[in-house]
Design a protein around this ligand. Structure first.
Ligand code: GDP
Length: 424
């Protein structure tokens, strides 16, 4: 097997962390290339249960080197707290198995404040941010108004650069939001408390990745969120502020020449969505609550109840195309076992017409789902490990989805544990 990207096909929370945790056995390096501490990958393995936010999901495998690339929102406070908590659960995190790109831009303390201030200002028009500072961070990155991790090695330069940024940012904090200004003392305390702690992990990861590829090592690129949250191809403005697509992996990893041979898209057997924005196949009331409970659909980072509904073929087919997925992992099939009939959203109705293609975001609010029903299987499938042992109705559901989305389903997940997987 050669280099591979694992990406989300829908709105995120598809179970990417669990797939990366499983597949890292075949890879030498795992790279996070976008997003930040707003991610919430849940991983359950022999070491325990973990909710990873910034750390790549390869951190549990000995011998695997984990990289945080330049495309990541490098939040020293979040990362250090996560390193502490994972270490307390017996997982070693050292500069040998975690490397941070010196070109990763740093999420500064005021980014988190600005996120909350702006969501409060928007009130009922809020975007549903996780308030981890991601949108203000990426805005500042592209305005060239933050620092790169490598600057931490030049203390005099760092202090002068931070002083310039502080003067500029205080204009917004006080002038626009009427908030307290930051002081240099507070900023330098943050440098001492968190940035100094992560310094040993910072290096030129581009050089590391190039030599890894040259020496035949296999690299796994791990994305956060999913196609529909991609800044350019998702349901803007209800997207995240970075590119969640596999095509961004080489750029955001630190190794623009990286070759990606396989793109594994993760799809949940039903739909979930956290936060605001159009969600055509959304269920409400008792039906929704039952599915939410069955799948335990509460945000890994925020604890917020996720919006739920049946699998959306229209959105999923679009997600597969956006990611150029070559293989699909269908997760949480076991969760549907309680249903008599399995609902699937096969088309949308827009302005009285049936459509198959995912429309421009502004039109999504006017779409209605067309739901078809398939036979349920009504038995526990969480112990099944071979395709031929799955009930025929479950096999038919998987085959139907495969046909409709136009991509092979090579993995079927029937439980959160590492071994609860069926390879096809
Ligand atoms: P990610 O951000 O894409 O990694 O997804 P999350 O971690 O937010 O959500 C996936 C959740 O589903 C986690 O709690 C996983 O442990 C759980 N999970 C993953 N695959 C399966 C599965 O096949 N069956 C069940 N029951 N749970 C699963």
């Amino acid at each position: 097997m050669s280099n591979c990207a694992i990406v989300g096909i829908n709105w995120g929370d598809e179970g990417k962390g669990r797939m990366v945790d499983l597949l890292t056995q075949d890879y030498d390096v795992v790279v996070r290339y976008q997003g930040g501490g707003n991610a919430g990958h849940t991983v359950i393995n022999e070491k325990g249960k973990f909710a990873l936010h910034l750390l790549p999901s390869g951190i549990f495998r000995s011998g695997v080197v984990n990289i945080l690339g330049n495309g990541v929102a490098m939040d020293p406070e979040n990362l250090w707290n996560e390193i502490q908590s994972v270490s307390a659960q017996g997982v070693a995190v050292t500069p040998d198995n975690l490397k941070i790109s010196d070109r990763a831009s740093v999420l500064l303390p005021w980014h988190r404040d600005l996120d909350s201030l702006e969501e409060a200002r928007l009130a009922d028009k809020k975007y549903g941010s996780t308030k981890q500072g991601i949108a203000p961070f990426y805005s500042d990155k592209y305005q060239k108004k933050t620092i790169m991790a490598g600057e931490l090695f030049f203390p005099d330069h760092l202090k002068a650069h931070l002083a310039d940024l502080l003067e500029w940012k205080n204009l917004t904090l006080t002038g626009v939001y009427g908030a307290e200004p930051y002081t240099m003392e507070r900023l330098m305390a943050w440098v001492d408390d968190y940035c100094e702690k992560i310094k040993p992990y910072i290096c030129d990861v581009g050089a590391f990745l190039k030599s890894a590829q040259d020496s035949g090592k296999k690299i796994l690129f791990e994305a956060q969120l999913g196609s529909l949250r991609d800044l350019d191809y998702g349901i803007y403005p209800y997207t995240t502020s970075s590119n969640t697509t596999a095509a961004y992996a080489p750029i955001g990893s630190g190794f623009p020449g990286a070759k990606i041979d396989e793109v594994i898209g993760v799809v949940k057997a039903y739909s979930t969505c956290v936060g605001e924005g159009p969600f055509t196949c959304e269920w409400f009331g008792e039906e929704a609550e039952k599915l939410r409970q069955a799948g335990f659909e509460y945000g890994a980072k925020t604890g917020r109840p996720r919006r739920v509904g049946p699998l959306d073929i229209v959105a999923t087919r679009y997600g597969v195309q956006v990611q150029a997925a070559t293989n699909i992992a269908l997760t949480k099939l076991d969760v549907l076992s309680y249903m008599d009939k399995i609902p699937v959203c096969t088309h949308y109705i827009l302005n009285g017409k049936q459509i198959d293609n995912f429309p421009f975001p502004t039109l999504l609010n006017d779409t209605k789902p067309v739901i078809e029903y398939m036979d349920g299987w009504k038995c526990d499938i969480s112990g099944v490990r071979r395709w031929e042992d799955l009930p025929v109705a479950a096999q038919k559901y998987v085959e139907f989805v495969e046909r409709e989305i136009g991509c092979r389903i090579g993995y079927v997940s029937v439980g959160p544990e590492r071994e609860s997987i069926i390879l096809r």
